[in-house]
Design a protein around this ligand. Structure first.
Ligand SMILES: Cc1ncc(COP(=O)(O)O)c(C=O)c1O
Length: 437
């Protein structure tokens, strides 16, 4: 099949996500290795978004491929009621690695299923029904997780399951809660406590947060927020669920992003980096108290592919590669290097409004003359579309979203490869700079 035949057949016989398929212009990919994607006609792109912020160890790592083959030879699948060595080993390894008393895991096939089952777990454990989450969040595209999600993808999916209450973030799109991070935290938590009162604390099972907000802005929490939130929720017996689907497994320079806030949630959801997307897998990790509850009480949930042996074997290998090859440390080491690139671009290009990164989790926001975001919330701007095309035509794969674009390379990236990415971005920023005359 040549490139055009492949693209045409994909568009004719398959549907694409979050789009009218007729308007999609898919990237034609033939193979991928390390931080690069390769097209059928010899094209090469530096993967500056780790696909969906998920290929944390980079593409086609030979150790993971060998482990997948070995697991396929040993055992591919048994039904969820079995005990297998790979299930035992991954449960033990995650209990050892995930900080705090998160020692028991329920395995799913991805992030939405992990959150979907976390909803059942917190409702079952507390006997309460309502769930709090924040507007600037994405938690998945299944029925309940779509309502858990705050971002605009929820709206065309309404009405969905009841019981989800959305609250304002510490970092709203157009205003600030205060002058300092401490003030922002204090005001946002005061507001949150009032919402809890209005909703009735005795009805609220849990609050879900992306520990570092991902798609909706790469937003690390302001100082003191995680500790303050943990204390506030504890006061009312409300559980804290950290969705680490995107932020976990080294992306922020620590294995789990909640380590930055020195807290332990009651429930952690994970996916993406757990297998670095080599094979689909998600998981819900629960505290010892919750695990004990479900030793005595039925967990009303199930999946044909729960604890699928091939997926679990892949996770064991992918997590070992992440750790053995020091990729979590590499993300922490490159944090100031990425920030340095962003600061240099901000000084040079009038169209750079702001930028932030934590580890190798980063975003640059683009502005119009006068300092407004170039695109409104959930909006677009022709200059951003043009930048997206420039990236693709010049060897960089990343996501452009509204008035911002992503900088989330695989955690195995080198300094030279980061330089290569930011050199392309430097040239692309000349496009929105033109608005400044
Ligand atoms: C924070 C977060 N939670 C949940 C999900 C949903 O995961 P999945 O697409 O594997 O269902 C995503 C996906 O992007 C995510 O970023």
């Amino acid at each position: 099949m040549n490139q055009q035949e492949m693209v045409d057949a994909c568009l004719k016989h398959t549907l694409y996500t979050w789009a009218a398929t007729g308007k999609v212009d898919p990237l034609p990919v033939q193979r991928a290795e390390g931080v690069y994607l390769y097209g059928p006609e010899g094209q090469r792109w530096l993967d500056f978004n780790s696909q969906l912020m998920s290929v944390n160890i980079g593409h086609s790592h030979p150790k993971v491929i060998a482990a997948i083959k070995a697991q396929a030879d040993q055992l591919i699948y048994t039904y969820p009621g079995t005990a297998t060595e790979v299930r035992a080993k991954l449960g033990m390894r995650l209990a050892e690695l995930i900080p705090g008393d998160i020692n028991t895991f329920f395995f799913t096939l991805g992030g939405a299923e992990a959150n979907e089952n976390a909803i059942k777990i917190v409702r079952g454990y507390t006997g309460r029904f309502k769930i709090l989450s924040r507007y600037r969040s994405y938690h998945g595209a299944t029925n309940a997780t779509m309502q858990l999600t705050g971002d605009p993808r929820r709206i065309p999916n309404e009405p969905g399951s009841p019981g989800f209450v959305h609250v304002m973030d510490p970092w709203p799109y157009t205003f600030s809660w205060g002058e300092t991070e401490e003030e922002i935290t204090a005001k946002n938590l005061t507001y949150l406590e009032e919402v809890i009162q209005y909703e009735g604390p005795e009805t609220i099972a849990a609050m879900f947060i992306e520990t570092v907000t991902g798609t909706n802005g790469i937003l690390p929490p302001p100082k003191g927020y995680l500790k303050g939130l943990r204390a506030l929720l504890d006061k009312y017996g409300i559980l804290l669920v950290c969705d680490e689907v995107m932020a976990g497994f080294g992306r922020t320079g620590k294995l789990m992003a909640y380590e930055h806030g020195d807290i332990v949630p009651d429930v952690v959801t994970m996916a993406k980096g757990l297998t670095s997307s080599y094979i689909p897998l998600g998981a819900v990790g629960v505290s010892d108290a919750i695990a004990e509850h479900f030793r005595q009480n039925v967990f009303w949930g199930g999946l044909t592919y729960n604890a699928h042996a091939l997926c679990l074997g892949t996770a064991l290998a992918a997590v070992e590669v992440l750790l053995e090859e020091g990729m979590v440390e590499n993300a922490a080491r490159l944090d100031p290097i990425m920030r340095g690139h962003m600061e240099r671009l901000a000084a040079k290009h009038p169209s750079v409004k702001s930028h932030r990164n934590i580890g190798l989790f980063g975003m640059i926001d683009v502005q119009k003359p006068g300092g407004e975001p170039i695109a409104p919330y959930n909006g677009a701007h022709p200059a951003m579309n043009e930048m997206g095309k420039f990236f693709r035509d010049n060897g960089l794969f990343t996501f452009v979203r509204w008035g911002s674009f992503m900088c989330n390379p695989p955690l195995c990236i080198t300094e030279a490869q980061l330089d290569e990415g930011f050199a392309i971005i430097d040239r692309a920023l000349d496009i929105p700079d033109r608005l400044f005359g």
